[in-house]
Design a protein around this ligand. Structure first.
Ligand code: SF4
Ligand code: SF4
Length: 509
């Protein structure tokens, strides 16, 4: 079929549709970027000839989002953004004919609905029907700044729209981990930037400031100037660098150390370790990832030879089976969770959520294994036992790339699902079903979270996740000598070696 979009009839229809839509547009603008106005101008449309409908009232019940349905053109982009992109299922399309309009839950005020304020609908709306509250979208920014969101490790890219050095509103940018999506924290959690309690000038401790506890306790906590005085940036930097240099020169490099923060970007982390290694002259540098995920790092180092995760979250798009165990990405890493949810709703893919207490991802899962608290290792071992017993292992991979498999096999003999079922509370047949599914899939991925790593036996639990992933599905051809395992890895029994081409599909979150 050949469709002519610029025939006389097509152009007439386009103008008519635009004119009908324009006739319902309210007088005030709600956005500076009205797509309807742009296209009307493009076809040189004048004042519409038709009478306007009765305008629905504004819904200003939400603290962050203003809803002016008077400007709605029923394009349903907001419905798609809410349901298909973010999988929040709050916005629906209700009523019929001329009354049709987007609604929140059961046509509730937005502020009373189950909206999680991700703002995806605001970003999608072409007419300003959904906009940042308080008319922020109508103020012309004088500049844009493009940072990385500081709240969690997903690393979403943002654009701050700024006027007079105040953030007006935020939009998502197309970054590798967010593809324009944001969550409530990245999109609306910026007011702290302008909080009156923030330091806006460098402060240096006053020479006459008390140094003992009694003196410090007596100081007014709301008045920093009793302890500090204002300084210029140069003076503060000189003072800090001078102090560090003095310690290094007097006591040696090992008297200094640096501990990096997860809120820093990769580039900042790189610069920080450079400062410590080159400036301080010591390798005493660490990062908080190795604190909260120290167990994961230990297991990863031991079993694949690298402490880093092997995959992007969005690799769920390439997986048939996804296991999320003891992690709550919907609340902790909301944008990453949207990609998991998208995959879970893709035909042919299976999401298995394993968690003793449940989380919002469960409603998107095909399986929910609510094992009893503290029985995660037993469940993972029972899954491994099933995979080995039923001959679902990738024997060539095991023979050429792992050590200690026979010991593992022997150890797992005690972990028949039928024996583990009463311990973990999951029926044996379900454990077997899930293990088979994971092992037979063309590609599988495991995500684990703090429920695994911040546990008294977190390293063992992470080892279990890693071991299941190694026994899993058929892999593409592998390369590299089997002897690549380090001796200390082999000595510890389960020395799986890293393979850059086929690193197991794992992620801790
Ligand atoms: S995206 Fe905006 S204009 Fe389109 S249906 Fe939703 S509210 Fe209406
Ligand atoms: S998921 Fe939310 S908090 Fe995390 S980086 Fe993205 S916008 Fe920020």
């Amino acid at each position: 079929m050949i469709a002519h979009s610029d025939s006389e009839r097509a152009l007439k229809s386009q103008r008519m549709v635009l004119e009908l839509l324009q006739s319902d547009m309210p007088e005030p603008d709600y956005t500076l970027k009205n797509e309807l106005d742009r296209w009307s101008k493009f076809v040189d449309l004048g004042k519409p000839r038709f009478q306007s409908r009765t305008e629905p009232p504004a819904d200003l019940s939400h603290p962050a989002i203003a809803v002016n349905l008077a400007a709605c053109i029923q394009c349903t982009r907001c419905v798609r953004a809410c349901r298909d992109v973010q999988n929040n299922d709050v916005i629906g399309y209700a009523y019929r004919g001329a009354r049709a309009l987007p609604v929140f839950d059961l046509d509730d005020p937005m502020g009373d609905s189950s909206c999680v304020a991700c703002g995806e609908c605001v970003q999608a709306c072409p007419t300003g029907t959904l906009m940042p509250s308080n008319g922020m979208g109508l103020i012309k920014p004088d500049k844009q700044v493009e940072p990385v969101c500081l709240y969690c490790g997903v690393g979403c890219l943002l654009t701050y729209h700024i006027k007079d050095n105040k953030i007006l509103h935020v939009e998502g940018r197309d970054g590798p981990s967010n593809h324009n999506r944001l969550c409530v924290k990245g999109r609306y959690g910026y007011d702290y930037v302008h909080h009156k309690g923030r330091l806006t000038k460098p402060l240096i401790r006053r020479d006459d400031a008390p140094k003992d506890k009694v003196g410090i306790d007596a100081v007014d906590p709301n008045d920093p100037y009793t302890l500090f005085r204002e300084a210029t940036g140069e003076e503060a930097l000189d003072k800090a660098a001078g102090g560090l240099r003095k310690i290094r020169d007097q006591h040696g490099s090992s008297a200094l150390a640096g501990f990096g923060c997860a809120k820093g970007s990769n580039e900042e982390a790189y610069l920080f370790q450079k400062l410590v290694r080159v400036g301080f002259g010591t390798n005493n540098v660490d990062h908080c990832t190795r604190l909260c995920h120290s167990t994961s790092v230990a297991a990863l180092m031991e079993m694949i030879g690298s402490g880093a995760v092997s995959n992007q979250v969005e690799d769920v798009a390439n997986s048939e089976v996804m296991i999320v165990i003891s992690a709550n990405p919907t609340e902790n890493h909301p944008v990453a969770a949207t990609f998991i949810k998208n995959a879970a709703h893709t035909p042919g893919k299976t999401l298995i959520v394993m968690d003793p207490k449940g989380n919002p991802l469960v409603r998107h899962g095909h399986y929910y294994l609510q094992f009893k608290a503290d029985s995660d290792i037993a469940v993972l071992n029972a899954m491994m036992q099933t995979i080995i017993e039923e001959g679902l292992t990738d024997n060539e991979f095991i023979a050429t790339r792992t050590t200690g498999f026979d010991e593992l096999k022997e150890h797992l003999k005690d972990y028949m699902p039928e024996k583990i079922a009463p311990i973990c509370g999951i029926p044996a047949e379900t454990i077997r079903e899930v293990a088979r599914m994971y092992a037979k899939a063309k590609a599988s991925i495991i995500f684990w979270g703090m429920g695994i790593s911040q546990h008294v036996h977190g390293t063992d639990s992470a080892r279990g996740d890693l071991a299941v992933s190694h026994l899993g599905p058929d892999r593409p051809p592998r390369h590299g000598p089997a002897s690549a395992a380090r001796p200390e890895q082999r000595a510890r029994g389960l020395g799986f070696r890293p393979d850059p081409d086929v690193l197991p599909r794992l992620r801790k979150c």
